[in-house]
Design a protein around this ligand. Structure first.
Ligand code: NOJ
Length: 549
């Protein structure tokens, strides 16, 4: 079955711009809209269909902008609304769609609503936009329950009432500066419908939804059974009080109606860390969201059996609801794939899964990341590429402690370094101030040798990661097999080889084993992650795209 190219999101490649670290136009050490505008042609030439910009709203940036103080404006560090409009129209002129990030689960404690809630009395309409509760024990001195923040520490913070007395507690799944909104309050629901319209009216093509599995809560549930040896891990229980509750789907049906009322219809992609994949499929039912990141795939290690199982499961459960899969290997929350796959045991998963293992083999990681790129980019569905992934950047594991900004570092009492290592500003030039990121340094220190991986060092260089991505994305846009929604496994090349074909006439083979493998019959090698052996076999940790007709 094929589909029309106009359903662009079903097979789009979307490039994630972590704006603070992408390109600094005004020389203040932080990326911004001005910098991004100068790089739009780079993104067009890379061959992506759209960009997703991480939150750029006014924010204290306690959690990289996922602490929004005003949902209808731009943080002055990043620019202003006029520049945002220019950016959107310039991107559109270049054929690039623009997807923003919406953060509906919580606001910043700097948001006007939260300030009003603190100034108002318990039980007031101002407090009812958030989740305030009285404490337990004498004087209400104890938090309402034992629920914990996913960044560490309790999920409750006590406030001081306007009269100076110790007061109520408010709930925050993330940092203490990110109070959760109460989605049972119609005022909250209406507000976000209006925020969606605000940006859609400005021409924005879609939203990535932060913590799409949060929002709806059952605050009457009892204490949770935490694992005392890993207090950052949320208990994996059915009927979790604040994750993946059924009530969230009704919200998305309303959001979809709004998106569909625009011409062209706008897109949603869910960030929902839910298990098993059947639960994820519920978010992308016909009348809900269009797509959802496949974190199951991201979490799989570089082993054929695990990857195949994840691909099969996703294709089957998403196919059942008519949604495309959305493949992802990296984002601003997880360790870079070069680092994960460069470990002897080729770790999948998030940085916080492996705080114990710091060493990795960069050469091995790059080799596997090249193969992984060809594998991912040839699967049916959409794909996301995180800035710097196309350069083969690794996780910066040795950032000086004093430079760490992720709230996880403080809230874990300095036991978890957090996610800054994948957020180090991009190298554009081989040398010069901040390797071309900006004129005056960068908000996170860039490591020595960062310029060796710069765009300038790879541009036009045969065999570079950048050229591999450019070639792969060009083929992805032109080859008719890439709009088909199905794939068929080609077995027989051994348990460590992933091989599949898509019609018309396309085959991908990835060799995750230790020995070279002979390729199936083909007419032409379209693209290979490394040169084939002299006798035409595919070496270990490599992938190849073949034309068979
Ligand atoms: C997911 C975002 O990707 C992450 O960066 C953020 O810390 C949390 N949601 C909280 O908003």
């Amino acid at each position: 079955m094929t589909e029309s190219r106009s359903d662009w999101w079903r097979h789009a490649t979307i490039y994630q711009v972590y704006i603070r670290s992408f390109s600094d136009g005004n020389g203040d050490g932080e990326g911004d809209i001005a910098g991004l505008r100068t790089k739009l042609t780079y993104l067009r030439d890379l061959g992506v269909d759209a960009i997703w910009i991480n939150p750029w709203y006014p924010s204290p940036l306690n959690d990289g902008g996922y602490d929004v103080a005003n949902y209808r404006d731009i943080d002055p560090r990043f620019g202003d609304l006029a520049q945002a409009k220019e950016l959107i129209s310039e991107a559109h002129e270049l054929g690039l769609k623009v997807v923003l990030d919406i953060v509906p689960n919580h606001s910043s404690s700097e948001h006007e609503w939260f300030k009003a809630a603190l100034a108002a009395a318990p039980g007031s309409p101002e407090r009812a936009r958030y989740i305030f509760r009285d404490g337990k024990g004498p004087g209400g001195d104890l938090p309402p329950n034992n629920w914990r923040s996913v960044f560490g520490g309790p999920a409750w913070e006590r406030i001081t009432e306007p009269d100076g007395s110790p007061g109520q507690w408010y709930f925050h799944i993330f940092d203490v500066s990110q109070p959760d909104l109460d989605w049972s309050n119609p005022e909250v629901r209406d507000e976000f419908l209006d925020v969606l319209r605000f940006w859609f009216d400005m021409g924005v093509d879609g939203f990535r939804i932060d913590v799409a599995h949060g929002m709806v809560k059952d605050m009457t549930k009892p204490d949770l059974p935490y694992d005392e040896s890993n207090l950052l891990a949320s208990p994996k229980i059915a009927d979790h009080p604040f994750f993946d509750r059924d009530g969230v789907h009704e919200i998305y049906r309303g959001w979809r109606e709004i998106a569909d009322a625009y011409d062209p219809a706008r897109l949603f992609v869910a960030e929902a860390w839910v298990e098993p994949p059947e639960r994820l499929a519920r978010y992308v039912r016909d009348d809900e969201l269009h797509s959802a990141f496949n974190f199951d795939y991201l979490k799989a290690p570089w082993f054929a059996a695990e990857l195949r199982e994840s691909i099969e499961q996703s294709m089957s459960v998403l196919g059942a609801v008519g949604a495309p899969a959305t493949w992802v290997l990296e984002n601003h929350d997880v360790e870079r794939v070069v680092t994960r796959y460069g470990r002897p045991d080729s770790t999948g998963g998030t940085v916080r899964d492996r705080p114990d293992v710091r060493e990795f083999d960069r050469q091995l990681g790059v080799r596997r990341a090249r193969a992984a790129a060809l594998l991912m980019l040839s699967l049916p569905g959409g794909a996301y590429v995180y800035q710097g992934q196309e350069l083969g950047l690794h996780e910066v594991l040795d950032l000086p402690e004093e430079s760490l900004q992720d709230p996880v570092w403080e809230r874990s009492s300095h036991t978890e370094r957090g996610r800054d290592g994948c957020r180090v500003p991009l190298p554009w030039t081989v040398d010069g101030p901040s390797f071309g990121f900006g004129a005056n340094g960068s908000w996170l220190p860039q490591p020595d040798g960062w310029g060796e991986q710069a765009v300038q060092a790879q541009d036009g260089v045969a065999g570079s990661m950048l050229e591999l991505y450019r070639s792969a994305l060009a083929i992805r846009r032109e080859n008719p097999a890439f709009v088909s929604t199905t794939m068929t496994w080609d077995d027989g090349l051994g348990p460590d080889v992933l091989a599949f074909h898509r019609e018309p006439g396309f085959v991908c083979v990835a060799n995750l084993g230790t020995e070279p493998v002979a390729l199936p019959e083909h007419r032409e090698v379209i693209l290979a992650s490394v040169p084939l052996t002299d006798d035409g076999r595919l070496p270990t940790d490599a992938a190849v795209w073949l034309r068979t007709v």
